[in-house]
Write a protein of this length. Structure first.
Ligand code: DGL
Length: 258
């Protein structure tokens, strides 16, 4: 098969990366996708670094062995743990990892207060620390670890009392006048409405899905790997939690409103 006709591989620790997948599908409707979610081992964000690195490497290898022409690491946690190693292992594969969308939030308003919601690992790792230092003179950046939040999405809970109480406590712990919130975990865009409701309409919410999809498209074009001709793209879901319910949740999230 011609390389450009192969699918784009997308990986996340669970179903969260589907928030990136829907942006990829929107920007490249003619491409096929293969999405692997590792829900059996989720959450990654509270595990030891080396374990997440190994899981990520194993899962990316699986996608490449399954015929993926390029890889989107649609997980901020896995990106911070393993993207440097992956780039060394696969220098010829277009590979894009998502990271918290701090730059657009900094550009949106000068000297604003930006809360970055992410997993404990993403916020602790060097990649994020470097990103934060890069912009620390231009904004008040407040890292907000959210252990337990991705689990709501994994269970298909996208609204309701339990989630609202959890998020009210979490956002209430930031004793500042928040201007924007960066969703630094790919599960969080699925609970964006609840976050917006609690934070208030004046707060602008950013996520990295659109920028990541744009970067993948650019990298494919550069490598001559964008699929040509009229083809209606398809997505194949694979999850380590191989149940009908899990696959139904994946299909549901792919069409879930933004
Ligand atoms: N979607 C992952 C991320 O973007 C979730 C993290 C987890 O598995 O804890 O960080």
């Amino acid at each position: 098969m011609e390389s450009s006709m192969k699918p784009i591989g997308v990986f996340d620790s669970g179903v969260g990366g589907i928030s990136v997948l829907r942006e990829l599908v929107k920007q490249m409707p003619g491409e096929d996708f293969i999405y692997f979610g590792d829900s059996v081992h989720a959450p990654y964000g509270t595990k030891p670094l080396e374990e997440v690195r190994q899981l990520t490497i194993t899962n990316v290898r699986f996608l490449l062995e399954s015929g993926a022409k390029s890889i989107v690491v649609a997980c901020n946690t896995a990106t911070s743990a393993a993207v440097a190693q992956l780039r060394k292992m696969y220098p010829d594969v277009p590979l894009v990892g998502i990271e918290p969308a701090i730059k657009p939030a900094v550009m949106y308003k000068e000297n604003s207060c930006i809360v970055v919601m992410a997993t404990p690992m993403t916020l602790k790792e060097e990649k994020f620390q470097k990103l934060m230092h890069q912009y620390e003179n231009m904004a008040d950046i407040v890292p907000l670890p959210c252990p337990g939040l991705m689990e709501f999405v994994e269970r298909g809970i996208l609204d309701g009392e339990e989630l609202t109480i959890y998020l009210e406590r979490l956002l209430g712990s930031v004793n500042k006048n928040i201007n924007s919130v960066v969703l630094g975990c790919t599960h969080y865009p699925f609970v964006r409405d609840v976050i917006q409701r609690i934070a208030g309409n004046r707060v602008v919410v950013f996520d990295g899905g659109e920028g990541t999809a744009r970067e993948m498209k650019r990298r494919l074009a550069e490598a001559g790997l964008l699929r040509q001709g009229s083809h209606s793209g398809r997505t194949r879901f694979i999850n380590s939690l191989d149940t009908d319910d899990e696959l139904k949740l994946c299909e549901f999230l792919l069409t879930y409103k933004k």
